[in-house]
Design a protein around this ligand. Structure first.
Ligand SMILES: Cc1ncc(COP(=O)(O)O)c(C=O)c1O
Length: 432
């Protein structure tokens, strides 16, 4: 559809303020040449060939390179060139091929067993390329309407695909966003919880707040607590044991909270985990919420590692009781075919996030368009102003792989998460 026609239709349907569209010929003379189309095509082919060749040759590399610290410093010049050499891009790509690639740890190698999986797929990689090429900054709705609305849609699709409860989705009064990492998701939700609690008990009582996790919880949580101003010795890492498959015990949590309340402290936040990094332990979400609810504690589920398995209905019992949690986050870049980076976060009450992370005064960037129009200004949901158009990549992955991704995930999970007993459907009676 021609741009003019498309915009006329949009205006008629949605009441969007008309934008003046210049004709193509006129546009050519007005736009600065930011990107030379022919040069871009030529160089893109070089990059695509290099990536394809890298994947072809992946098996030839040792997974971890035989290099010593500082090796690269000796191979590349100490200063950036003052003027570009002729065909600088080709010779830079030669450096990538000959010097940089051999010094990498090859995370996409089938023999890479370290850390955690960093999922990659053709569509995920091309989605990243498309995002970088388009290069918009969707911090408010008006700053990039399609990017904002696609993000709202894709977190809704993803939430439903993972069988999350309606209360965390836009359709149920909650909502989601795409961030870079789980560290950000945990910090943002903790800050929202902190501000909500301080508004209730008084801003001067931050040193009374206590947060809870297990000794298996990712260190991202302790770091977030420090950044959020929680005293270091007010982070209770409750011991787990092998008999419980390293899951957090509600009884121990209850005892810890009771002791804190008796000491005049204020329980604030529980970070439960779905699939701890070391052992894929699963904390019993519903039973933990039964303990935290009377204390008005915000419960976040860190599902960074394992939640992709939730696309399989046979695993959804591991989140029984999740309707009671306040927030949930997962990394689609770990195991759901999205390339780095893509952390999805859902909250039950977006207003708590906006109260903590939105602007304090009417800044020039405040976007009146989003008020009362069922769209959001995502800059108010996170720490950063500049944001990436991650929704495009995630939408492409879900749109193009769809049920195929679920089948792949299902095939992996049937062999994989049995390390934790909770991944098998429980028999009657509590194990805690
Ligand atoms: C369970 C869990 N939580 C949090 C994180 C931190 O994730 P990110 O690197 O996206 O901040 C990880 C990463 O391995 C993880 O496995």
């Amino acid at each position: 559809m021609a741009p003019r026609k498309f915009l006329d239709n949009m205006t008629a349907q949605n009441g969007i303020v008309p934008v003046v569209v210049v004709d193509t010929a006129e546009k050519k003379t007005q736009s600065p040449t930011l990107l030379d189309a022919d040069e871009f095509r030529r160089q893109s082919h070089q990059v695509l060939d290099l990536i394809a060749e890298y994947y072809d040759r992946m098996g030839d590399y040792p997974v971890h390179p035989p290099v010593t610290p500082g090796f690269l410093r000796n191979l590349l010049p100490p200063d950036a060139p003052f003027r570009p050499e002729p065909d600088a891009f080709s010779s830079a790509l030669k450096d990538v091929r000959d010097i940089i690639l051999p010094g990498l740890t090859h995370w996409q190698s089938a023999r890479h067993m370290a850390h955690f999986p960093a999922s990659s797929s053709t569509i995920g990689a091309l989605g990243e390329a498309l995002t970088a090429g388009i290069n918009v900054v969707p911090f408010t709705w008006a700053a990039s309407p399609s990017a904002t609305e696609l993000e709202m849609l894709v977190v809704y699709w993803l939430g439903k695909a993972l069988h999350l409860p309606k209360s965390l989705l836009f359709a149920g009064g909650g909502g989601g966003t795409l961030l870079g990492t789980s560290c950000e998701a945990i910090l943002c939700t903790l800050v929202a919880a902190r501000d909500r609690k301080l508004a209730e008990i008084g801003g001067n009582r931050i040193s009374d707040l206590v947060v809870y996790c297990s000794d298996q919880t990712h260190f991202a949580f302790r770091k977030a607590a420090r950044i959020a101003g929680i005293l270091r010795d007010h982070c209770r890492a409750i011991p787990t044991c092998h008999d419980n498959m390293f899951a957090l015990s509600p009884t121990k949590l209850q005892a810890a909270m009771q002791a804190d309340v008796e000491a005049g402290l204020v329980p604030l936040f529980l970070c439960a985990t779905l699939g701890t990094t070391q052992t894929t332990a699963v904390d019993p979400i519903g039973e933990l919420c039964a303990v935290t609810t009377p204390h008005g504690v915000w419960v976040h589920v860190d599902a960074a590692y394992a939640s992709s398995a939730l696309v399989c209905p046979e695993f959804t019992h591991v989140i029984d009781g999740v309707e009671a949690v306040d927030s949930f986050s997962m990394n689609a870049h770990k195991w759901l075919l999205a390339n780095n980076d893509c952390c999805a976060m859902w909250v039950k009450k977006p207003s708590a996030l906006v109260a903590a992370l939105g602007p304090e005064q009417d800044l020039i960037l405040k976007d009146a368009a989003s008020e009362g129009h069922n769209v959001v200004d995502y800059m108010d949901w996170t720490m950063t102003l500049t944001r990436r158009f991650r929704a495009l990549k995630m939408w492409l992955v879900l749109r193009c792989y769809a049920s195929k991704a679920c089948v792949t995930t299902s095939a992996i999970t049937s062999a994989w998460p049995r390390r934790s007993r909770r991944w098998s459907r429980p028999t009657k009676g509590s194990r805690w």
